[in-house]
Design a protein around this ligand. Structure first.
Ligand SMILES: [Fe+2]
Ligand SMILES: [Fe+2]
Length: 288
């Protein structure tokens, strides 16, 4: 992969917000990507009317994928197949750091996929872009919190091997925004809603100061992730309505077409309902 810029370029005010999202996505250095993503959200919220008119004006523009390849990411962590990521117990300091690193990696990827949702898909309402810029800003906060915790443990993001499952689904759905909304936020991120309370329970058993700090950070993440899955549900529902598609039946088609992972029980029913899953969708997920 040809190298992307390592640090945040000064974005000229003439650079569109969606174009700036693409620039942030290309950044390789995690702190630079985090800073550029926060700056982008700040720029949006400083605009009159929350940036709605500017986003509406930018919506129609189709942006070209850069020849450098996406996303920009650092040389480390090394990416390996999911089955090759070693499972470590969090009851040792090294194992705990590895577990926190795995979540920091998910959050780094989550910044990338939120930014990708902004630049890649033209023709959506202004609120769509605003929602995803907010998601990117929150993912950058999550990654920053976990990177800080890793630093306090004598580690850094990049120290352990990681896998690329989240971005793989981004690539599979790059030509179909309905599939992207169905399978990234409301399938992969929704699995995080189910998994987080289980991880927290384990970390409470570990009960070291670092493990308990991780539990606190995961409280913030779980709260925000309900909102991210809700963004996915909002726009998946909107897109289905525009195309006169039945959301439950079409989800089955998309999940099969793109080999989406199934939810792992137990489902976090309260969080999923708070994120807007309907009775019919919950029944279909439980049956799956
Ligand atoms: Fe997150
Ligand atoms: Fe998220």
């Amino acid at each position: 992969m040809t190298p992307c810029p390592a640090s945040a370029p000064e974005t000229h005010p003439a650079t569109g917000l969606r174009e700036a999202a693409l620039q942030a996505l290309q950044l390789r250095d995690p702190p630079a990507k985090v800073a550029a993503t926060h700056a982008l959200w700040q720029r949006l919220t400083d605009l009159p009317d929350g940036g709605g008119p500017v986003l509406a004006a930018e919506s129609a523009r189709r942006l070209e994928a850069p020849p450098t390849g996406l996303p920009g990411r650092p040389d480390r962590p090394a990416l390996v197949p999911p089955a090759d990521v070693p499972h470590r117990t969090p009851f040792t300091p090294e194992g705990l750091a590895a577990q926190i690193h795995a979540i920091a990696h998910i959050e780094f990827n989550a910044i990338n996929l939120a930014l990708d949702a902004v630049w890649r898909f033209a023709g959506m309402p202004a609120d769509y872009y605003r929602d995803w810029l907010r998601v990117a800003h929150e993912e950058a906060t999550h990654h920053g919190l976990l990177a800080g915790l890793l630093a306090s443990m004598g580690h850094a993001y990049g120290d352990f091997e990681a896998h690329d499952g989240l971005w793989t689904m981004c690539v599979r759905t790059q030509d179909d925004i309905t599939a992207r909304m169905a399978l990234v936020p409301r399938t992969l991120e929704a699995r995080g809603l189910d998994a987080t309370p289980l991880i927290q329970r384990r970390l409470r058993q570990v009960a070291t100061p670092h493990a308990l700090r991780a539990v606190e950070i995961l409280d913030i993440i779980l709260r925000d992730e309900i909102g991210h899955v809700a963004v996915g549900n909002r726009w998946y529902g909107w897109l289905c309505e525009q195309q006169a598609l039945d959301p439950v039946a079409h989800y089955r088609v998309l999940a099969r077409r793109h080999a989406a992972p199934r939810p792992r029980p137990p489902l976090n029913e309260a969080a999923r309902r708070a994120a807007g899953f309907s009775d019919a969708e919950m029944a279909a997920l439980t049956a799956a």
